[in-house]
Design a protein around this ligand. Structure first.
Ligand SMILES: Nc1nc2c(ncn2[C@@H]2O[C@H](COP(=O)(O)OP(=O)(O)O)[C@@H](O)[C@H]2O)c(=O)[nH]1
Ligand SMILES: [Mg+2]
Length: 195
């Protein structure tokens, strides 16, 4: 599997704009600032396909990226767990994220991104429980692995796996900065889109 073509397709700012397609969708979720947009750029080998930001809480939309002219979509979901937005805005985001999961017809895989230096948050745990209880396939990606050493990598994987109630083999360490983990991710995508 290789990505030869990637382009921004469209955004959904409310649940009525959520796409209904036959194209397999790979969604990315996680706390704001965890590295979702940077990961899309890394995997697609494009420096600024998805807008990244040092400031958390910038993506307020569901963004669709077409990969290989209709082979699959990357779907960048709004980041949750950003403290500095109003309750009203938080409600709008969770409504949009949940609306996405309810309305999408072609979701084949969700990547749940967790910062490898941190404990999964309560929202991360809720997200994984939601996916599990709705039978939605997911993989855990531990991001920014360049910020920790080898010993910490092992501890990080163990803590993330046990907090989320998944096997350690389901946690993949990645770094978009140091380019670690692309092959693992492409393998997961390949398996997800053929079934
Ligand atoms: N060290 C390091 N920083 C990263 C990595 N991926 C993303 N970042 C940084 O984390 C910040 C948030 O990234 P972004 O992709 O916008 O996060 P998003 O809100 O989840 O989409 C930016 O400053 C990125 O440069 C990584 O692999 N390593
Ligand atoms: Mg983003």
């Amino acid at each position: 599997m290789e990505i030869i073509n990637a382009k921004f397709e469209t955004s959904a700012g409310n649940i009525f704009q959520i796409k209904q397609t036959n194209i397999p969708e790979i969604a990315l979720v996680g706390k704001s600032n965890v590295g979702k947009s940077t990961l899309i750029n890394y995997i697609t080998n494009r420096s600024s396909l998805a807008k990244t930001s040092k400031e958390p809480g910038k993506t307020r939309l569901v963004n669709y990226f077409d990969i290989n002219n209709g082979q699959f979509y990357f779907v960048d979901l709004p980041g949750y767990g950003f403290a500095k937005v109003s309750l009203k805005e938080k409600e709008r985001w969770s409504y949009l994220i949940e609306g996405y999961f309810q309305k999408t017809s072609s979701l084949v895989m969700v990547f749940v991104l967790i910062d490898s230096r941190r404990m999964p948050s309560e929202e991360d745990v809720l997200m994984v429980e939601y996916l599990y209880s709705h039978n939605i396939p997911f993989s855990i990606l531990a991001t920014k692995a360049d910020k920790i050493n080898r010993a910490q990598m092992c501890i990080s994987k163990t803590i993330i796996a046990s907090t989320l109630g998944v096997g350690v083999e389901n946690v993949v360490l990645i770094s978009s900065l140091k380019k670690i983990g692309r092959e693992d991710i492409l393998n997961v995508i390949e398996r997800a889109i053929v079934v």
